[in-house]
Design a protein around this ligand. Structure first.
Ligand code: PMP
Length: 359
């Protein structure tokens, strides 16, 4: 039985990538040891690292005046790193709260900077919706504006960027590489790796050079963008195996036709799933259509007492990790880049059958 893993993260990786990693695991390129056993400063790993960076730069068309940092600490590490690196003394930051993760970012940032948080999620006609970016109240002089365009828990996504003179800082943990973006519009982009990039343990930060802090600041060293940039992300030992695997994923993405091709494929996957949910009285999604995430699809059963049965039967049919986040309930299907269209089609077939039997 083919299994499909709908986990929100750590999420499934492309099968081809896993197979390549397996083949290379013990004896990388005939060197007699694993890439994970090599010095991060050795010629071999340095080459793997540089190639991964170049491939990411190609995939996202990252301009030359941006540093790509391969860091530790996950998305939450960046919740601290962003204010520590970017907040200016006596100046507040603007934080947009669209859901659970951007709220968590505020709670962390408050330790390090004055900020103004603005909640943009609300309910209208029974649906969860968002205030569009054009209506956010922003201060052009803020040290930065932080937002999360794809809320993994809430299943909500927005595309439009705000217009402000303050640098835009975006948590792209659950959407990076799933659709095209214009990096030059952002000051900082960051993402934990464990959804669209590779295994957990690696965190990407893409930072416009003029936003790097001054040398010799009092920022904790492992979160200091300047130190990371000046040391090619090797100030301390980086998560080398995760970095290598991310590199394999970037090469796989290139073979798939790059981010543009992924965007089309992801749109089709999302349409397939939401389309089925919308025509059914048995399932529902309560997000306003223009703000539905194409990566994380939460859905509810009309009869919530069937939730556990749904999850268990799905699992018995090879459809893994569909239980919704505890804050939202119901189900959630995360359909990142590595999820093939067939995975979504198989899920829809299962949902139809479950509806037929229990509806
Ligand atoms: N931001 C977003 C959008 C996330 O989805 C997550 C994790 N699911 C985080 C931040 C936190 O990431 P981490 O667990 O890597 O700290």
């Amino acid at each position: 039985m083919t299994t499909y893993n709908f986990c929100a993260g750590p999420a499934m990786l492309p099968v081809e990538v896993m197979q390549q990693a397996q083949e290379e695991l013990i004896n990388w390129h005939g060197r007699g040891c694993s890439i994970m056993e090599m010095s991060h400063r050795g010629k071999d790993f340095m080459q793997v690292a540089a190639q991964a960076e170049q491939d990411l730069r190609d995939l996202l068309s990252i301009p030359a005046n941006y540093k790509v940092l391969f860091m530790h600490g996950g998305g939450r590490g960046q919740f601290s790193a962003v204010p520590l690196n970017l907040a200016k003394t006596g100046v507040s930051a603007d934080y947009i709260v669209s859901g659970a993760w951007s709220k968590a970012a505020v709670e962390e940032a408050e330790k390090f900077t004055a900020l103004k948080a603005q909640t943009i999620q609300f309910k209208q006609d029974g649906l969860r919706t968002l205030v569009p970016a054009s209506d956010w109240q922003l201060n052009d002089n803020a040290s930065f504006v932080h937002f999360c365009p794809n809320e993994t828990v809430d299943g909500m996504e927005f595309i439009d960027l705000p217009s402000t003179k303050a640098p835009l800082v975006a948590d792209l943990s659950s959407t990076i590489l799933s659709r095209q973006i214009d990096v030059s519009r952002y000051g900082v982009i960051y993402a934990g790796a464990q959804k669209n990039i590779g295994p957990s343990g690696l965190t990407l930060a893409i930072v416009r050079e003029d936003l790097l802090p001054a040398k010799g600041s009092s920022i904790p060293s492992v979160l200091d963008y300047r130190l990371a940039a000046d040391n090619d992300s090797m100030f301390n030992t980086p998560p080398t195996y995760a970095w290598y695997l991310a590199g394999l994923v970037f090469q796989w993405l290139k073979r798939q036709g790059g981010v543009e091709a992924m965007q089309q494929r992801n749109a089709l996957k999302a349409q397939t799933l939401y389309g089925y949910i919308d025509q059914s009285d048995f399932y529902r999604n309560d997000v306003a259509p223009q703000f539905r995430s194409s990566m994380n699809v939460p859905f509810l059963l009309a009869d919530e007492t069937l939730n556990d049965l749904f999850v268990n039967e799905a699992e018995a049919n090879g459809l893994l990790a569909l239980k919704g986040h505890r804050m939202v309930g119901g189900m959630r299907a995360s359909i990142y880049n590595a999820m093939p269209l067939e995975g979504v089609q198989t899920l829809v077939t299962f949902m139809k059958e479950f509806e037929r039997v229990h509806g």
